[in-house]
Structure formats: structure tokens, C-alpha cells
Design a protein around this ligand. Structure first.
Ligand code: ATP
Length: 270
């Protein structure tokens, strides 16, 4: 059961080139994660410790998980992912046990990148949410902090986490020696959207009449994940119409469908 809570990949199939619109964030992650893994002697020579933990924060579907996978892949490190929600357990001591297992596993598989997604599930402010009042969740968080405190920054394990709810986080996890490198991963601007569209249509048979920069201009406020599903959906419209080439109209239909789906989702939330 324990192993099931974690996702382990020797070499995740994501590269930096697959990630569009967040070049600056890629650069920062490389500096904080890849450089210490690949050239620890530089940090020794200069006499500084690399950042302990890297926290990626921003809206859903902007590429945070991709970024963590890509840096593990490109540093030839094992990628070990744990969802924060998996650490929230019913039985006493079970969450902290999982945290210990996570760090033990990383030590066995080093070089390794630990990635804790939805870290807010175990690290919400004490005052603020119902779950954080839960003593068991508190204990799990304390275990995580103690693993990080007892950690050799110049070793072969790097720790990353992600959240969509940065404002909810307990400041204790942001202290020096813990998640002390914050990287915001925002929704893409128009140029980023075009780049992401290029990436997701690279293997698609797209008609010459399609101007991706015009499509990108219509995708205000959309995330990378939205753009990935838009491209797939546009392809589906072509297939339904018995065509092998994807046309401009297919992207327009796909966008309409995406916006209808968003509306339904919004209605269900409110
Ligand atoms: P969440 O906060 O919901 O976990 P996330 O930020 O971790 O989201 P990812 O899981 O990295 O998002 O992205 C989901 C999918 O969306 C990716 O598999 C990819 O297809 C697409 N995607 C997201 N962002 C980008 C991007 N910047 N460039 C290319 N594709 C992207």
C-alpha cells in the first residue's frame, strides 16, 4: 500500500523542450535542482549551500509537474512523486510513516528528486482550515519539516513541492532550510500560449490555413493544460468530419467546446 502512494519513475519522459512559455522558471529550477545534483563541487568550492527545497506555486495546469519531471529527467535522477492528499491518513502515525518512507526511498534511489504535489493538503496554516486543526495532519507536517531539517543540502537528493494555494501555506514550511526557493508558475501570456500550441500540435497534421498566433490570441486566461486539451479536441473535430488535416475551424469549435465545459464547471462550483 505504501508503494502505491508514491509514483516512481527512473527517467520521466518529459524534457525542457516540451514545456512552453516558462523559460525563466526552467532556468531557476535548473539552478536550484540540476546544478547541485550535477556539480556539487561548485557549491563546495564556493562554500554555499544550494536551496533546500523548491516550491512551485501557481494556478492548476501551468506545468509545475512537468517542470519537476523534466528536471529529474535531465539531471538523470529518479523522480519520486507523492500527492499531499495521500499523506493525509486516518490512522495515527501513518502519514509520518509515509514521509519517512519517502525520504528512505529517495536515499536508496539517489540521485533523486522528491516531488510533493498539493503540499497544502499537509501544510495549511494552523488557524485557517478545518483540516489543519487535525492533530494528525500537524504531525505529518512536523515529520516532513524534521526530515528537511536533517537534510544534507549538498547531497544527491533534491526536494520539490507544488501548490495552487500558496496563500494557505503555513509559514513554517517556508523558513530557510526548508522550502526556501519559491518559483511562481503563472498562466502563459500570448507568446507562451503560442509556444505551447506549437508543442502540442507538433505531431499533428495541421492545415496551412491555421495561424497558431491568431489561435493563441483567442486563448486569453487559458492554462497549458487547457491548450493541450484544445489541440486534442481540434483533432477530434477533424476526425469526426472525416478529414486528416486539422483546420482553423476545428480550433474554433474546440475552443467553443472548452468554454462550454468551463461554464458547466463554474455553475457546479457556485
Ligand atoms: P496541477 O497544479 O493541476 O497539478 P500542474 O501545474 O502540475 O497542474 P501539469 O501537470 O504539469 O500541470 O500539466 C498538465 C498537462 O498540461 C501537461 O501534461 C501538458 O500536457 C499540459 N501543459 C501544462 N503546462 C504546459 C506548458 N507550460 N507547456 C506545455 N504543456 C503544458
Amino acid at each position: 500500500a505504501r508503494a502505491q502512494a508514491m509514483e516512481i519513475q527512473e527517467s520521466p519522459d518529459v524534457e525542457y523542450a516540451d514545456i512552453g512559455g516558462i523559460d525563466e522558471q526552467i532556468r531557476e529550477v535548473r539552478e536550484a535542482v540540476e546544478d547541485p545534483l550535477e556539480n556539487p563541487e561548485i557549491f563546495d568550492a564556493v562554500g554555499v549551500d544550494p536551496p533546500s527545497g523548491v516550491l512551485l506555486h501557481g494556478p492548476p495546469g501551468t506545468g509545475k509537474t512537468m517542470l519537476a519531471k523534466a528536471v529529474a529527467n535531465e539531471s538523470d535522477a529518479t523522480f519520486i512523486k507523492m500527492a499531499g492528499s495521500e499523506l493525509v491518513r486516518k490512522f495515527i502515525g501513518e502519514g509520518s510513516r509515509l514521509v519517512r518512507d519517502l525520504f528512505e526511498l529517495a536515499a536508496e534511489r539517489e540521485p533523486a528528486v522528491i516531488f510533493i504535489d498539493e503540499i497544502d493538503a499537509v501544510a495549511a496554516k494552523r488557524t485557517d482550515s478545518k483540516t489543519s486543526g487535525d492533530a494528525e495532519v500537524q504531525r505529518t507536517m512536523m515529520q516532513l519539516l524534521s526530515e528537511m531539517d536533517g537534510f544534507d543540502e549538498r547531497g544527491e537528493i533534491r526536494i520539490m513541492a507544488a501548490t495552487n494555494r500558496f496563500d494557505m501555506l503555513d509559514e513554517a514550511i517556508l523558513r530557510p532550510g526548508r522550502f526556501d526557493r519559491l518559483i511562481e508558475v503563472p498562466k502563459p501570456g500570448v507568446e507562451g500560449r503560442e509556444r505551447i500550441l506549437e508543442i502540442h500540435t507538433e505531431d499533428m497534421n495541421v492545415d496551412d490555413d491555421v495561424d497558431l498566433s491568431a489561435v493563441a490570441a483567442d486563448l486569453e486566461d487559458k492554462s497549458g493544460a487547457d491548450i493541450a486539451s484544445l489541440a486534442t479536441e481540434a483533432g477530434m473535430f477533424a476526425i469526426r468530419d472525416d478529414r486528416t488535416a486539422v483546420r482553423r475551424g476545428d480550433f474554433e469549435d474546440a475552443l467553443e467546446k472548452l468554454e462550454d465545459a468551463d461554464e458547466v464547471a463554474d455553475r457546479n462550483v457556485h
